[in-house]
Write a protein that binds this ligand. Structure first.
Ligand code: WTA
Length: 660
């Protein structure tokens, strides 16, 4: 666990509290805290009531089947197609309501009503079907944030074909690995994507990946940047050549509640990313219910903007499925926050009259760094609720967000959850929960969490430990694609007692509860780093480094960083008499970017003759973290090569001086 809990410890008992604003509370979607007790008293009854939000073709025979735990079935035997909840049902009464206000980075704009979105989704679904996509086939999506991206997810869902979205910042190699793990049949991509005034060459990178993805039969390419790209005849087709002439209707394919809706790969404690499996029924119930209650969505009035990229789970649940199921009007912005200027976000908030705004702590800290003048240029009075997600938010950033973005009047919902949980788990309900800066507050109704010690015993209030979820929930992951053993091993082995039929989900996060029972998230307790809210495995970066011919051994840690939360610090030993210099540092950083993606590029690389290891040969990451954060070195008594540590510390220090 990182050092951050020292600050939190000092803060959490005296934290300031912010009760729900009366105007919001008096007409909130959830106005009474009785909902917690109701859910507690009858968990399945509670989720069955929440399931009424979704359009079902056939109802379930059983709410939850946990007999094969930890493999869950929710809404057993029920039939649906999620796009009927997200699209068709809105046509009768509000086909003209805006689903998405889309704004491109260069300033171009597009509006998609629910009626238009329905048509576009049907057209693409027909086009995909003409390329041979059938129910159950996996479709990979590697795109920028263009209107065709949510359309692509929904078109797959329309056909019952699971999508696997790969974030546009990942490298060709990462894309190829994910396509191959899922044996995807079709890839949907763009010629390029706008980011910070430059073009990300998505099709070129896809072409590189496609040299080693035998399962791909066709590639659909959206024209966005007009970049010159190569098209392989027979395999590649332009979106604008096959989609517009398709029929505007496409019957939705009936799916079972437990059919696969999508795969989304995420980093774990090994070098190989895991394909997290989400199914149709339970996932949509969880996403829709949490979106409505936590964001207090009044769908006829609110303008909702979640700034996440659809390449991440936040975009899946809170740009696409949750908001559309609830009939929300959302903003999607394609590009970077500083293009053309550092007030781009606030300009968007003002022009669209955004009322509900959801972003990441790392963005908030960036805005803090840029200063208030960029906000002062704009009228932000439309905002009535703010949210954060992705990493612990430090109380200073929380207070700054409240004051400068929220005008001291908007409640903040700090939402803790994961790719694996599918939906929000620990979060305030803005009409009932008193918030404290830095705390995600309490588990949502129907979610049972706990903080436990090494032995899995619940720790008393005021103490810290491992965050666990003690009962199943509808939007929970159904597995790791193609690897049931790893699923059980990663999430369920550590704290479950199968012999007592007690199954406990281990989230991988540390947490403390204060004397009011509020949860304070303390960051990952495994080898997963959180850089700008992106999950990156230390092992993945280490193996990318070792893949370089100059590198003998590498150790990677996440060190505290005031803006990105953590930054990647690498320690590298070189082969033979290879000498480390600035050029090699640049080369290694590029190498990692090429293997994984730019988000995984180390912030610093220190060359060393040896890595500090225990007598049994394990790299002592804790010491390296101490060195990276320039703390007093922790316990070195089990260390085999003490002199090494001093030497590395010296080198790291001189590097920091050079940086600064
Ligand atoms: C971290 C993103 C503290 C946590 C939705 C978790 C948070 C990981 C919060 C999941 C929060 C997410 N406070 N930490 N509000 N939200 N995290 O899968 O470490 O990309 O395990 O899902 O992000 O990241 P993922």
């Amino acid at each position: 666990m990182s050092d951050s809990h020292h600050t939190i410890e000092a803060l959490f008992d005296e934290a300031r509290t912010f009760p729900p604003p009366p105007e919001l509370a008096s007409r909130a979607i959830v106005q009474s805290d009785e909902i917690y007790a109701e859910a507690e008293a009858d968990l399945e009854g509670y989720w069955a009531r929440q399931a009424e939000r979704v359009v079902w073709r056939e109802r379930w025979s059983q709410v939850l089947d946990w007999s094969k735990a930890p493999f869950a079935k929710w809404f057993v035997g029920a039939k649906l197609n999620v796009t009927e909840s997200c699209l068709d049902r809105h046509l009768a009464n509000h086909a003209d309501r805006v689903a998405y206000y889309w704004e491109g980075e260069p300033g171009d704009r597009k509006i998609l009503t629910y009626g238009e979105l329905h048509t576009e989704v049907c057209r693409l679904a027909n086009a995909l079907a003409s390329l041979g996509v059938e129910k159950g086939d996996r479709v990979a999506i590697y795109m920028g944030m263009v209107p065709e991206m949510p359309i692509a997810l929904l078109a797959c869902a329309r056909l019952g074909a699971p999508h696997s979205v790969v974030f546009g910042g990942f490298s060709a190699e990462s894309l190829a690995d994910r396509i191959n793990d899922a044996s995807a049949k079709v890839l949907i991509t763009c010629d390029g994507a706008w980011r910070g005034g430059a073009v990300v060459p998505l099709k070129d990178m896809a072409d590189d990946a496609l040299t080693r993805t035998p399962s791909i039969e066709h590639v659909v390419v959206v024209r966005r940047t007009g970049s010159d790209v190569s098209m392989t005849s027979g395999r590649d087709v332009w979106y604008d050549q096959i989609v517009p002439d398709q029929p505007a209707q496409r019957p939705a394919t009936e799916c079972d509640s437990e059919d696969l809706l999508y795969l989304l790969y995420t980093s774990g404690t090994t070098a190989k990313p895991k394909g997290i499996v989400h199914s149709c029924g339970g996932y949509l119930v969880g996403a829709a219910a949490s979106h409505s209650m936590v964001f207090d969505l009044h769908e006829e009035e609110d303008i909702y903007w979640c700034t996440a990229d659809i390449g991440w789970v936040t975009g899946h649940s809170y740009v696409v499925y949750g908001p559309l199921a609830n009939g929300a009007t959302s903003v999607i912005y394609e590009g970077g926050p500083s293009f053309p200027d550092k007030d781009r976000f606030w300009d968007i908030v003002e022009r669209y009259g955004v009322t509900l705004f959801y972003t990441a702590p790392t963005s908030i800290r960036t805005f803090m760094k840029w200063g208030e003048s960029h906000l002062e240029k704009h009228d932000l009075s439309s905002l009535r609720l703010l949210g954060t997600v992705g990493e612990p938010i430090n109380p200073e950033a929380w207070m700054w967000y409240r004051k400068n973005v929220g005008g001291d009047r908007c409640p903040i919902v700090d939402t803790w959850w994961q790719t694996e949980t599918g939906g929000l788990m620990i979060s305030p309900l803005p009409g009932v929960t008193t918030t404290k800066p830095g705390s995600a507050t309490v588990p949502l109704p129907g979610i049972s969490a706990d903080v436990v010690d090494e032995e899995g015993r619940s720790v008393p209030l005021g103490q810290g430990g491992y965050l666990v979820i003690t009962k199943p929930w509808p939007s929970m992951l159904r597995g790791i694609y193609g690897d049931d053993d790893r699923f059980v091993e990663t999430y369920w082995r550590r704290f479950s007692k199968p012999e007592e039929n007690r199954w406990v989900y281990f989230a991988g996060d540390g947490a403390k509860r204060d004397h009011d029972g509020y949860y304070w998230l303390l960051g990952r307790v495994d080898d997963v780093m959180n850089v700008s809210g992106h999950r990156i495995s230390t092992l993945e970066v280490e193996s990318a480094l070792v893949d370089h011919p100059a590198v003998a051994e590498a150790a990677v840690v996440g060190r505290d960083d005031p803006v990105t939360g953590q930054a990647i610090a690498a320690f590298v030993t070189l082969r033979g008499d290879r000498v480390g210099d600035e050029m090699l540092i640049a080369e290694l950083r590029d190498h990692v970017a090429g293997k994984i993606g730019k988000i995984a590029r180390p912030a610093s690389i220190v060359f060393t003759d040896e890595l500090p290891k225990t007598r049994s040969g394990k790299i002592m990451r804790r010491l390296l973290r101490d060195i990276s954060e320039q703390r007093k070195l922790g316990d070195v008594t089990t260390l085999a090569n003490e002199a090494v540590v001093q030497e590395i510390a010296e080198r790291a220090k001189s590097m920091h001086r050079a940086d600064g």
